[in-house]
Write a protein that binds this ligand. Structure first.
Ligand SMILES: NC(=O)c1ccc[n+]([C@@H]2O[C@H](COP(=O)([O-])OP(=O)(O)OC[C@H]3O[C@@H](n4cnc5c(N)ncnc54)[C@H](O)[C@@H]3O)[C@@H](O)[C@H]2O)c1
Ligand SMILES: [Zn+2]
Length: 351
């Protein structure tokens, strides 16, 4: 088992990599524990890896973006206090980012915070160390939330075998994004790993997750509460969020981010901040190879894209904001993106 230690203003904790499933044994020595499990994870693993949990306190959660709200939290409060009305209880969450957000919010607010262990089962490699919990409110995504890290994270990459292709590649989009903002060495390394990652080779997956965490740590170490440098992790997201909503979520989040990076690189190249050579290299080796879903020409409407970008809550000041990469893999954030640049970037992508 290898371990990455995470420093947090709230509490320090460890991410443990465990290919064998021994983590279940460690958890079983904790008193007053109960489990909240993603319904699809339970469907896949209740007859195998997780079979021994059948005799434990388990709450199964249906998973959808529509359920990531305060109503689900309220009904979980009821379930949890029915199972174990003790302040010193431990919640063990096993599932993807949606389960993390719902159950993490419960863990952070119940009794003003209970002990929480998180076992991520999707390829959203890095979100487990962000300290963020988020709920959607009405039509606003992630509007409500808290900062609350788990006290421990166990990463068992064999869970990734059963992920559907869209979920898998969506996670890979974020992994690739992290490696690009991690600099040229990291970008090269993920490129070398890609063929094995796509075959879902366990060692390659684990390596990519570890590297993603280390890169993310370097961005949040001095900015846990997201007021400065951490914002650069949103590379690809300014256009990405717009691409998601324009395609009615046919393009999943991580792949929308991949398209977003292609567009941001185009703008950087138009501004002569990024050389055509590096732009082309990233597109050919890292971005296009993972785009298993591409937006249709008919989806990409400049007017709709601009409207979506203007609504983006990340916008600050008067102008449109964009995070771009310059030569040397240097990240910058600008607030003066013009509509003309958006039009030109889109035309290039379509062509
Ligand atoms: N809190 C944070 O820091 C943070 C960061 C990034 C994203 N998020 C949130 O996470 C959510 C997306 O998370 P996600 O990409 O993990 O997807 P997800 O939680 O929606 O899971 C995707 C699908 O995979 C299923 N699933 C989960 N594990 C599986 C497995 N091992 N095998 C088969 N199926 C499995 C789920 O039931 C679901 O149907 C979004 O709501 C996003 O806002 C939160
Ligand atoms: Zn993202």
């Amino acid at each position: 088992v290898s371990v990455i230690k995470i420093k947090s203003n709230i509490r320090d904790y460890e991410v443990c990599f465990d290919m064998t499933g021994e983590f279940l044994e460690s958890i079983k020595s904790i008193p007053n524990r109960f489990y909240i499990i993603d319904e699809n994870v339970w469907r896949f693993y209740s007859g195998s890896l997780l079979a021994e949990l059948k005799s434990e306190n388990v709450i199964i959660q249906p998973i959808s973006e529509e359920r990531k709200n305060i109503e689900s939290v309220l009904s979980l409060f009821d379930e949890v206090i029915k199972h174990a009305a003790k302040r010193n209880m431990t919640m063990v969450s096993i599932g993807g980012g949606i389960l993390q957000d719902i159950s993490g919010f419960v863990a952070s607010t119940l009794y003003r915070g209970i002990n929480w262990i998180f076992v991520p089962t999707t390829y959203l490699a890095d979100s487990c160390i962000g300290s963020k919990t988020s709920l959607n409110y009405k039509s606003f995504k992630n509007l409500i939330g808290t900062f609350y890290p788990p006290s421990k994270v166990y990463i068992h990459t064999p869970f990734l075998r059963t992920l559907e292709n869209t979920d898998f590649y969506s996670g890979l989009g974020e992994v690739v994004k992290l490696h690009i903002i991690g600099g040229s060495d990291k970008a090269k390394r993920i490129g070398d790993l890609l063929p094995r990652i796509e075959k879902r080779n366990m060692d390659a997956l684990e390596t990519s997750v570890k590297q993603s965490l280390l890169i993310k740590i370097s961005y949040i170490v001095d900015d846990e509460f997201d007021v400065g440098r951490r914002n650069l992790l949103n590379f690809g997201h300014c256009f990405g969020h717009a691409v998601e909503s324009m395609t009615n979520f046919y393009i999943p989040h991580g792949l929308a981010v991949t398209v977003g990076i292609l567009l941001a690189n185009r703008v950087a190249s138009l501004r002569k901040l990024l050389s055509p050579k590096l732009e082309e290299h990233l597109a050919a080796t890292l971005l296009f190879p993972i785009l298993i879903r591409k937006p249709d020409k008919s989806d990409l409407n400049v007017g709709v894209l601009l409207e979506a970008m203007k609504k983006d809550k990340k916008r600050t000041g008067e102008g449109l904001a964009l995070i771009m990469m310059k030569d040397g893999y240097e990240m910058v954030r600008v607030n003066d993106l013009t509509e003309g640049e958006v039009v030109r970037a889109l035309e290039a992508i379509e062509g």
